[in-house]
Design a protein around this ligand. Structure first.
Ligand SMILES: CC(C)(COP(=O)(O)OP(=O)(O)OC[C@H]1O[C@@H](n2cnc3c(N)ncnc32)[C@H](O)[C@@H]1OP(=O)(O)O)[C@@H](O)C(=O)NCCC(=O)NCCS
Length: 158
């Protein structure tokens, strides 16, 4: 599999935004999905999106994963979305996307990257822990009445 990891330029890539919206819709339940507001989200000045695209001979590329992030303050960035298409999972793309987003956050000189994740999303929690994220707190009813979230963080060493 040949995959490239690229930063989205939302002004030039409306088709890519639509493709990512479809993947978002497939991956997340309605109450957790940004599919309907993705275009506005990626246009925000304090946010960014990095995607993974696979290309195969004779066919155009396909977006099979993405990570979104934003700067909450001058000290803290947040990973707001991560998804890899089901048939492309367990091939290192989730990790590659996260590393690219963390690197991007580093360039902004923030001290901390944080995120929220449903504790039942075992693959995601495991990936974040592998990358050095620590659980700060369990936030009750974060996604919906019966769905909690871990708030996790990764601190940079200055
Ligand atoms: C979480 C997700 C992005 C991982 O993507 P991926 O491309 O499969 O991940 P990778 O292949 O890069 O795996 C990296 C690490 O993630 C963890 N991981 C991935 N899939 C896993 C699984 N099924 N079970 C346990 N750990 C898993 C492992 O720690 C793995 O490292 P290892 O291969 O050395 O064991 C993907 O499963 C996904 O899109 N899930 C649905 C959406 C989601 O939960 N997003 C997070 C919302 S906060």
């Amino acid at each position: 599999m040949a995959a490239v990891i690229e930063e989205l330029d939302p002004r030039k890539c409306t088709e890519s935004v639509e493709e990512i919206s479809r993947l978002e819709k497939k991956t997340f339940p309605k109450h957790e999905s940004l599919a309907r507001s993705l275009e506005q989200e990626v246009m925000r000045k304090n946010s960014g999106l990095i995607y993974a695209k696979v290309t195969s001979e004779g066919r155009g590329g396909e977006i099979v994963g993405y990570v979104m992030y934003c700067w909450i303050s001058s000290l803290c960035a947040s990973i707001t979305k991560l998804a890899v298409k089901e048939s492309y999972r367990r091939q290192g793309l989730g990790e590659a996307l996260m590393k690219a987003a963390i690197q991007k956050c580093r360039t902004r000189n923030v001290l901390r990257v944080c995120l929220h994740v449903d504790p039942e999303r075992i693959p995601a929690v495991s990936l974040y822990e592998n990358l050095g994220f620590q659980i700060e707190v369990l936030v009750a009813s974060y996604y919906s009445v019966d769905r909690n979230a871990y708030r996790m963080y990764l601190d940079f060493d200055g």
